[in-house]
Design a protein around this ligand. Sequence first.
Ligand SMILES: [Zn+2]
Length: 313
Amino acid sequence: MFDRRHVLGGLTFASVAVMSRSVQAGNVTTQAGPRFAVTIDDFRFEDGPQQNGAARHRAILDALSAAGIQAAGLVTGKHIDNVEAGSHLAAWSEAGHAIGNHTYSHAYYGGSDPGDLGADIDRVAVLLAAYTTQRPWFRFPYLAEGRTVEFRDRMRGVLRDRGLRNAHVTIDASDWYVNQRLLERLARDPGADITPYGDYLVQHLLGRAAFYDGLAREVLGYSPLHTLLIHHNLTTALFLPRILEGFRAAGWTAVDADTVFAHPIYQAQPDIAPAAHSLIWQLAKADGRFEARLRSPGEDGPYEKPAMDALGL
Ligand SMILES: [Zn+2]
């Protein structure tokens, strides 16, 4: 349908829009609302309040199973380099969920002196090789791809050399910050009511999803297949069923990660530097017309702090 070499060489902005429209036109099923896949970063299994690592993982698997969707897990090597974590990853893979590479060290590659990304990727690739649902997907820690054009292109070359694709996030958010606030609260007050944290998280994620989908419709002219980023943490374990129900009630349809990452938009390589944040943020930045709506960073804890403080969370 399209020339793969051209795509891998870097899509122009216009070609992403045109190809995606043709993909949609050929799709016999029509979806009323936006669609998204669940992508979960930084699998961690250490024990914590409320649920130990095994229970958190089981709760996440159960929520995905109940929703009937295949998710993607982007795993950091240093957190899964032990026998127990290996068994949890095996359960994830056996349930049909995809696995991608998120480096071994979770280093920040958006700085002035980025280290050896290739070695960091290769070190975790060895750990993932045994899982049949491993995919050639790579996600940058902190969604930071390179500060300068030179660094960015070097990073892109490291991925290309390994046959990896950037597992971009379109719906970025600060679920990790809500989780951090909940953990701080439980440390002070183990019996605290956790429900309002779920309320806040669901509304936060829906708000960011609406923002990025609205921006995408203006930048691209259509709603792309989205990737929602959440983390393998307590808030995901506790609230994933509520998150999925909240999205459903707001008109979103959850679909498989394989379906979403097959969309040509995930081969886009926006010509911006620094290259970071949501893919929609990057495409809007490259477009140039949306400067006033692009805060930097796209998402961060301080954006949520005043509202959470006001709610006593
Ligand atoms: Zn991460």
